[in-house]
Design a protein around this ligand. Sequence first.
Ligand SMILES: *[C@@H]1O[C@H](CO)[C@@H](O)[C@H](O)[C@H]1NC(C)=O
Ligand SMILES: *[C@@H]1O[C@H](CO)[C@@H](O)[C@H](O)[C@H]1NC(C)=O
Ligand SMILES: *[C@@H]1O[C@H](CO)[C@@H](O)[C@H](O)[C@H]1NC(C)=O
Ligand SMILES: *[C@@H]1O[C@H](CO)[C@@H](O)[C@H](O)[C@H]1NC(C)=O
Ligand SMILES: *[C@@H]1O[C@H](CO)[C@@H](O)[C@H](O)[C@H]1NC(C)=O
Ligand SMILES: *[C@@H]1O[C@H](CO)[C@@H](O)[C@H](O)[C@H]1NC(C)=O
Ligand SMILES: *[C@@H]1O[C@H](CO)[C@@H](O)[C@H](O)[C@H]1NC(C)=O
Ligand SMILES: *[C@@H]1O[C@H](CO)[C@@H](O)[C@H](O)[C@H]1NC(C)=O
Ligand SMILES: *[C@@H]1O[C@H](CO)[C@@H](O)[C@H](O)[C@H]1NC(C)=O
Length: 356
Amino acid sequence: MRLLLFVVLSAWLPLIIGQGALIPEEAGAFIDAMADFFLSKGFKDGVDLIQAIPSSDMSDFADLFSSSMTFLFPRLVPNATLTALLNDTEKIFDVLAYHILDIPLGDHNIPVSPNHTVLPSALNDTAAVLLPPGQRQSLVLTTYPDGSIHVLDQSTDINITSQSTFSIFNVSYGYAVVDELLTAPLGLNDTLKAQNITAFTSNPDIATAINSIGSQSGITLFVPEDAGVVSDIASWTHLNQTSINSIVDSHLIDSILYSNALVGQHSSAAGGQLSFSGSTISLAGGSSANIVKTDVLTDNGVVHIIDKVLLSNPLSSSSGGSSSGSSSSGVRAVALTCSTVVLTTAMTAFILSLLV
Ligand SMILES: *[C@@H]1O[C@H](CO)[C@@H](O)[C@H](O)[C@H]1NC(C)=O
Ligand SMILES: *[C@@H]1O[C@H](CO)[C@@H](O)[C@H](O)[C@H]1NC(C)=O
Ligand SMILES: *[C@@H]1O[C@H](CO)[C@@H](O)[C@H](O)[C@H]1NC(C)=O
Ligand SMILES: *[C@@H]1O[C@H](CO)[C@@H](O)[C@H](O)[C@H]1NC(C)=O
Ligand SMILES: *[C@@H]1O[C@H](CO)[C@@H](O)[C@H](O)[C@H]1NC(C)=O
Ligand SMILES: *[C@@H]1O[C@H](CO)[C@@H](O)[C@H](O)[C@H]1NC(C)=O
Ligand SMILES: *[C@@H]1O[C@H](CO)[C@@H](O)[C@H](O)[C@H]1NC(C)=O
Ligand SMILES: *[C@@H]1O[C@H](CO)[C@@H](O)[C@H](O)[C@H]1NC(C)=O
Ligand SMILES: *[C@@H]1O[C@H](CO)[C@@H](O)[C@H](O)[C@H]1NC(C)=O
């Protein structure tokens, strides 16, 4: 029955693919042909997923394919993941949409590590990503010195093991085999944990601020690595949530800026100007930091890791370990920290009272 449908459809399908939504039978025949192809190449796990796509998602899935995309086909799907997806097939569409790269990979020059490129996938389901309307979730690719292409921001090192094309009803599509099923970017909390960022969020008020940023759609957050906050974090216990929020907001931009957009000036969510020059980020009237790692993707935007906290007062330039005596360092730390928020007369008086 299915074979007959396949044969009948194959006569006129080429006219239809790429010209609007497919009816479920057309999409089903397209998906069957794709499954046959990848099975013939010996890939079982990925084929299991394709064949389990619910019929309600088949047309949308087939519609993602065009001659200018690349299907990142997973060689292996970890058993637990495969079992979970086959038991919850509604999730398969989004998982596979993240494997569809919106460019022909073969034509693209992927830069050599540590340089990399950010490329859009087909994943734009608002139930799976917290991005501004119409924006697709991205992937970060880099080429290792041995010439192999790797997908960054994954929990394991995943490379592309081969690239080729497959043909369905005389239309040719590009594919690349990724060694393992890819995981779309996680929420902000989990992303920071995966990057071993623990010091910045060890302050409960900062953790609260970060948790709230994690639910905003379309953000760029500069996060200091652990070594960059040791001199600040202890003193911040004295600050209230409002003051902490203003520190965190100096590290936040309310839109998505991947590394190639980190040039010129951008307003922070706290209202100050952030300027970019090479790998340096500077807060107007405040301190600077080096950007040590870019394009760590989250479900709601992107994180760039910096080596120091951005503080909004010139006093901050003496922060970070130049304290002369151990007995005064605690007091200094409080003073410097308060300087990161707008200095009110009352605060100034308070700080002076501590210093005398
Ligand atoms: C994964 O599943 C396959 C097939 O069901 C089975 O043969 C294999 O032993 C499983 N591997 C692990 C590590 O559970
Ligand atoms: C399958 O899903 C159902 C509900 O969605 C859940 O109760 C059950 O534990 C799942 N089974 C496995 C093996 O994951
Ligand atoms: C990375 O890009 C920079 C700027 O374009 C360039 O100077 C550098 O040589 C590149 N590094 C590698 C390893 O290609
Ligand atoms: C997602 O992309 C598809 C294909 O381009 C498009 O039809 C759909 O409207 C998009 N959905 C959202 C929520 O932007
Ligand atoms: C690609 O990944 C596979 C599996 O992890 C690994 O065996 C292989 O060495 C990797 N190749 C390169 C060039 O990194
Ligand atoms: C595919 O192309 C070949 C040769 O160009 C042609 O003979 C055949 O009928 C085509 N098949 C379909 C399904 O269009
Ligand atoms: C985080 O720390 C673990 C354990 O030290 C290490 O294996 C992993 O590579 C680190 N991750 C990153 C992104 O640095
Ligand atoms: C993020 O972490 C904070 C503090 O650890 C926690 O309260 C919050 O529930 C987490 N949010 C999510 C979405 O996991
Ligand atoms: C938080 O602390 C700042 C500086 O000490 C103070 O000006 C502000 O009123 C405080 N806000 C709240 C809500 O307590």
